[in-house]
Design a binder for this molecule. Structure first.
Ligand code: CP
Length: 303
């Protein structure tokens, strides 16, 4: 692996290797025993053109845990506000020779464009509605850690599928690893075409949740929607919100996930999000650290 631009670029052994390395770091963190100098003196540049809490912070912590230095570029105080172009910004930052760049951008394919201009590994921290590969790896790792086998697993991905890079990367990864994916959304939030073959489409939550082992809820990505598309949230919650009653449509031991940020009372009820027996949401956040340590190690660490 030279870069991590999308799950679509990875084959099954590469995904399995990332999951194994994530398990290695999760155990190391648990036992307070890992190589703290693995990336000693390397510089990781965090280049986030869009807001983030989980991805930005966990890449920062993961890099520091491995001994790297982190430089966070802030668009709001950058020379973007003096009309410097995207291209010149990238060339300028690349001239400072970071050892890796983690980038989030609203434009489709921006991380790949950057990878074509710089000499270091580029990691996609989320681009447009296309891909969010590190999120998909941490979601799969969280399912495995919860005792699930990806092959044969039935996973429902529910809500704003059309605008979600999380849905896209998860559908690709889960399908490659042998899981069965149900995409559940109202017609106006369902894409014309899925990023991968073999995914089943449902417009009814009650139908789509039947027999599912894992339910992954998604936020309405209002920032990527026309105003006219934004639904009335009370109606949306009534038809597509995950409540304890609706959870009963899935398998009795079904687990609940959400990549965050959550909009409680819009796509998920409080008592589902906070259900200690069913919700993996904070475990997903915690697993962002070992998974991103694994990604940084595999791209930047000595062989
Ligand atoms: N899941 C996720 O990408 O969250 P952030 O936007 O907070 O990084």
């Amino acid at each position: 692996m030279k870069h991590l631009l999308g799950i679509d670029d990875l084959d099954t052994p590469e995904i399995a290797a990332l999951l194994d390395k994530s398990a290695h770091y999760a155990q190391g963190l648990e036992e307070n025993r890992w190589d703290r100098n693995r990336l000693k003196d390397k510089i990781v540049l965090l280049l986030f053109y869009e807001n983030s809490t989980r991805t930005l912070t966990s890449f920062d912590i993961a890099a520091r845990r491995l001994g790297a230095h982190v430089v966070t570029w802030h668009p709001e105080i950058s020379s973007v506000h003096k009309d410097e172009s995207f291209l010149d910004t990238i060339d300028t930052l690349a001239a400072m020779r970071p050892d890796a760049i983690v980038v989030r951008h609203s434009e489709y394919g921006a991380p790949g464009f950057i990878a074509g201009r710089v000499k270091c590994p580029v990691i996609n921290g989320g681009d447009s509605w296309r891909e969010h590969p590190s999120q998909a790896v941490l979601d799969a790792f969280t399912m495995i850690q919860a005792g699930k086998k990806l092959a044969g697993l039935r996973v429902a991905i529910c809500g704003d599928i059309a605008h979600s890079r999380v849905a896209s990367s998860n559908a690709i990864l889960l399908t490659k690893m042998g899981a069965q994916v149900h995409m559940i959304a109202p017609e106006f939030l369902m894409p014309q075409k899925f990023p991968v073959e073999g995914v089943e489409r449902f417009t009814s939550m009650d139908e789509g949740l039947k027999g599912c082992d894992v339910i992954m809820m998604l936020r309405l990505q209002k920032e990527r929607m026309e105003m006219s598309l934004i639904p009335d949230t009370a109606t949306y919650f009534r038809e597509y919100g995950l409540t304890q009653a609706r959870l009963k449509r899935a398998k009795p031991d079904a687990l609940v996930m959400h990549p965050g940020p959550m909009n409680r009372g819009v796509e998920i009820a409080d008592d589902v999000a906070d259900d200690p027996a069913r919700s993996l949401i904070l475990k997903q956040v915690a697993n962002g650290i070992p998974v991103r340590m694994a990604i940084l190690d595999m791209l930047m660490g000595a062989p």
